[in-house]
Write a protein that binds this ligand. Sequence first.
Ligand code: IMP
Length: 201
Amino acid sequence: MEKIIFATGNAGKLKEIREILKDLNREIVTMREAGFEGEIEENGTTFRENAEIKAKAVWEKTGGIVLADDSGLVIDYLNGEPGVYSARYAEPGKRKATVLEKLKGVPEEKRGAHFTSAICCVFPNGDVLEAEGYCYGRIAEECRGESGFGYDPIFICTEEGCAGKTFGEATAEEKDAVSHRGKSLRIFAEKLENYLKDKEG
Ligand code: IMP
């Protein structure tokens, strides 16, 4: 069965995507493993545009089935920042601290935030499948927990099953059950099943 090439260099995302899509029973390889060497300029203005830019860039070079996730943290009090700039917001290692500093003294009811994940999958013939997922919560006052990656320790999830825990405190299973990426990928998996059924007639 043809493998899926995942257009990312982010180890945290790769781990999650392999776990969430394990029932597809398809090998998921990284774009580097598939021979893609360049960098991708993510110059879209939305998560959806950036997911498509990444998937198409790798598809053009490899011709395989390419899956991309563009995701980030959207903070109400910061008018949606860091948003599509989540991976580039402040220097590496200082991103969580920058957010905490910007929200210093802001009361709990104004600390609302959500994660978004936009998925784009391009097939060898150029067909495209897309899906999005969201997860709601608020920004903590300090880092809590060591699990996950990125902004996980400062995001207090408010969704059932994980409510009150930061994603840094949640287990991988708890996060995947409610997370933006868990949701977007489960929608994608269903679309993929229907797409493949249609193809096979
Ligand atoms: P992208 O590779 O441009 O999609 O960058 C996404 C960035 O958003 C990551 O580098 C993280 O900083 C942040 N991010 C996305 N999803 C998550 C998540 O599930 N937990 C924590 N941070 C995330």
